[in-house]
Structures are given as structure tokens and as C-alpha cells.
Design a binder for this molecule. Structure first.
Ligand SMILES: NC(=O)c1ccc[n+]([C@@H]2O[C@H](COP(=O)([O-])OP(=O)(O)OC[C@H]3O[C@@H](n4cnc5c(N)ncnc54)[C@H](O)[C@@H]3O)[C@@H](O)[C@H]2O)c1
Length: 352
């Protein structure tokens, strides 16, 4: 029996290998490197194919496909969001993704992306905060202490020099878990009993809660002048975290407006409410923070280009580590038109 050609074998990064890979590089160095990859792709935003993600909603959650291409490589991520899952011992968000060669259409990488999504989301938040947070910001309120929270904190530390995180969650067990995981990571951790307490003295406010409704994690009177809000959890139609009045006082920065208008905090506003595209701030075509008293809001929903950057990063950096398996994933007959012949020969071979 002939062996599959080299191109038919697709490198596959399992969860176990991804964890080893992250440890090999180090959580904070990898968050910094991912932020650089994402920033580089935001800088060449116009060279990408862009479309709002394709979402399949149910009563309890959403399953989404997030594709994009830069003309050389094509990538997509499969991701779900099921806020009720944690009560059943399951993750709210799980994901996997694939990168392919545009010239042949052959996949070049298949990887777990649950951990990678947490890393890329945090790296994106920190990369954006580097541009928008007030100068010298070193304290963050972290509201919602679930799966993403430690990643968010460490990315802000690695990229923006965060010194203190003030934690709050409606479930004190989540805050305890987050504080435990962050012990010894070089950040001061303050556990708070209310969202108001968490916000005290914070220049960055991250909201990262999961609830399938129009929630009000922050009300207008809670938000003072000069802060940067990193709103992560409002990322689906009917799922928001901020009171509308906060949006009206903020300069709003987004990833891809056609997707954010459907899914982000700005679904609460008129469809033509002005927003600033983050890639334009990075290229210098638009202004970021312009005054100390301005409230900047990153209305993050998570866009396909961030996943593409993460896939590109893993493809580049996993080489030579041995932290992947070669997956026999593509049927690849010697004569490309003899797919059926390959099937017939396999029967003879297995009978022999
Ligand atoms: N923007 C993005 O790119 C992106 C990427 C990944 C996840 N997300 C979103 O981020 C959110 C968090 O994801 P996760 O994986 O950490 O979820 P998770 O379920 O692990 O954690 C969410 C936490 O929020 C807490 N919470 C719920 N309501 C709250 C409230 N009113 N006040 C304070 N805390 C509250 C819960 O107790 C829980 O601990 C989800 O909504 C998810 O869809 C966004």
C-alpha cells in the first residue's frame, strides 16, 4: 500500500500539545507574541476577505463559523457560546480551527482553539488597551472571573504593564478560583464584593461575563471620566453588558462594524451611530485616545482575523517542537483522478 504524500498529512495540535506548547513558550511571552501577530494583521486589514461570522442560534447558545483569507492562506474557526454550560460542568466556549493553502486548497494546520481563543482574545484586548488606555494605567477591574479572566489579566500585565487586578463575579467561587490561579503570577490581586468596589481606582474596566440576555454589568453612574472599558462578554444578538447611556458617553472602537453592529454593545444604538475601526487607529488613519477625560470603549466581539493571526502564529512557531501529530486527513491517490481505485486497492490490501 502506498503511503499518503506529505501534503496529505495535516499537522494536528491537540489540547495536550497546545498546553505543552504554551508552557514551552511561556504564557506571557506567547501573549506578547500573539499581540504582535494580531497587530500586524490589523495593520494589513484591507488585504483580508471579511464577512460577519455565520451564527446558528438556539435557545441556549450559539455555534459560529469564522472564516477569512489573506489570499495566501485561508482560515476558519468553529466556536460555540453556551452560558448555561458551566452549570452542567461544561465550558461556555469551546473551539477548533483550520488553516489552508489558498493555492491548493489543502489544509496546512488543524488545531484545538479553546485555549488558543482565550489567548487570542486576551492578546487582542491588551493590544487594543495599549493604544486606548490612559497613560500609566496599571489597575484593572475584572468583572466576570470565568475561563477568560486569568488570560485577560496576564495579557494586560505582559503587554500594558498591569500591576493590580480587582476581581468581581456574582459567584464568589469564580473569584476565589481566579485569585488562586493568579497567585504568584506577579500581579496584585484584590477580591471585591461588588462591581462598584472592583471599579474603584481602576483605569481599565474589563467586563467578561456570560449571560444570554441584555445584562447591565455596568450602569452609567459607575463609570467615571478617563477610563478604558474592555467589553468582552456582549458578543451575540440579545447579549450585552453595558447600560446604553455609557455607550452614549464613550468613544467606541470596534473590530469589524458589520459584525459588531449585530453582536456588540452597539446593537443597542442606532445603526449609524459613529464608531472607530481599530485597524485605522493602528495604521494612524484614525485617532485613538485624545484626552485624559475621554471614556474609550473597546466593544469586542471577536473577529475572524484575530483567529487567523493565532493560527498563523501556531503554524510558524510549532515547527520543530514535535508538539503535533501528522493526521491522515486528506484522501490523496497517486493518480488524483483515481479516488475509487484507491478505495478498491485498500480492500485488497486489507484482505491480504
Ligand atoms: N469578545 C471575544 O472575542 C470573546 C472571546 C471569548 C469569549 N467571549 C465572551 O466572554 C464571556 C466570558 O467567557 P468565559 O469563557 O470566561 O465564560 P465563563 O462562563 O467561564 O465565565 C463567565 C463568568 O461571568 C460571571 N457572571 C455572569 N453574570 C455576571 C454578573 N452579572 N456580574 C458578574 N459576573 C457575572 C459568571 O459567574 C462566570 O464566572 C462570554 O460571554 C463569552 O461569550 C468573548
Amino acid at each position: 500500500m502506498t503511503q499518503p504524500s506529505e501534503r496529505a498529512l495535516v499537522p494536528f495540535v491537540s489540547v495536550d500539545h497546545m498546553m505543552q506548547f504554551i508552557h514551552l513558550i511561556g504564557v506571557e511571552p506567547m501573549l506578547r507574541e500573539l499581540a504582535d501577530y494580531i497587530e500586524a494583521d490589523f495593520r494589513r486589514w484591507e488585504s483580508f476577505d471579511k464577512t460577519p461570522r455565520v451564527a446558528s442560534h438556539s435557545e441556549v447558545g450559539v455555534i459560529e463559523l469564522m472564516p477569512t483569507s489573506d489570499g495566501e492562506a485561508y482560515g476558519f474557526k468553529y466556536v460555540n457560546g453556551h452560558p448555561k454550560n458551566t452549570k452542567e460542568g461544561l465550558q461556555t466556549v469551546t473551539a477548533f480551527g483550520l488553516l489552508a493553502d489558498v493555492a491548493t486548497g489543502y489544509p496546512t494546520l488543524l488545531t484545538e482553539m479553546t485555549l488558543l481563543t482565550a489567548m487570542r482574545t486576551a492578546a487582542t484586548s491588551a493590544m487594543v488597551a495599549k493604544y486606548l488606555a490612559p497613560k500609566g494605567a496599571d489597575t484593572m477591574a475584572m468583572i466576570g472571573n470565568g475561563a477568560q479572566s486569568e488570560f485577560q489579566t496576564l495579557a494586560m500585565k505582559a503587554v500594558c504593564g498591569l500591576k493590580t487586578v480587582r476581581l468581581y463575579d456574582i459567584d464568589p467561587a469564580a473569584t476565589e478560583k481566579c485569585a488562586r490561579n493568579l497567585a504568584g503570577q506577579g500581579v496584585n490581586v484584590v477580591k471585591c464584593r461588588t462591581a462598584e468596589e472592583a471599579i474603584e481606582g481602576a483605569q481599565i474596566i474589563t467586563t467578561c461575563t456570560a449571560d444570554k440576555q441584555y445584562a447591565t454589568i455596568l450602569t452609567d453612574n459607575m463609570v467615571g471620566a478617563g477610563v478604558h472599558i474592555n467589553a468582552i462578554g456582549g458578543d451575540c444578538p440579545g447579549k450585552t453588558e453595558l447600560h446604553r447611556d455609557i455607550l452614549l458617553r464613550s468613544d467606541i472602537f470596534v473590530e469589524y462594524p458589520p459584525q459588531t453592529r449585530i453582536e456588540g454593545e452597539i446593537q443597542q444604538l442606532d445603526p449609524d451611530h459613529p464608531v472607530i475601526e481599530m485597524w485605522q487607529v493602528i495604521t494612524g488613519a484614525a485617532q485613538g485616545r485624545t484626552s485624559d477625560r475621554q471614556i474609550t470603549l473597546f466593544d469586542s466581539v471577536g473577529f475572524a482575523i484575530e483567529d487567523f493571526s493565532a493560527l498563523r502564529y501556531v503554524r510558524d512557531r510549532i515547527r520543530g517542537t514535535g508538539l503535533y501529530q501528522e493526521l491522515d486527513m486528506l484522501a490523496d491517490p497517486d493518480d488524483p483522478r483515481d479516488l475509487f481505485g484507491m478505495l478498491l486497492r485498500s480492500k485488497t490490501a486489507s484482505a491480504a
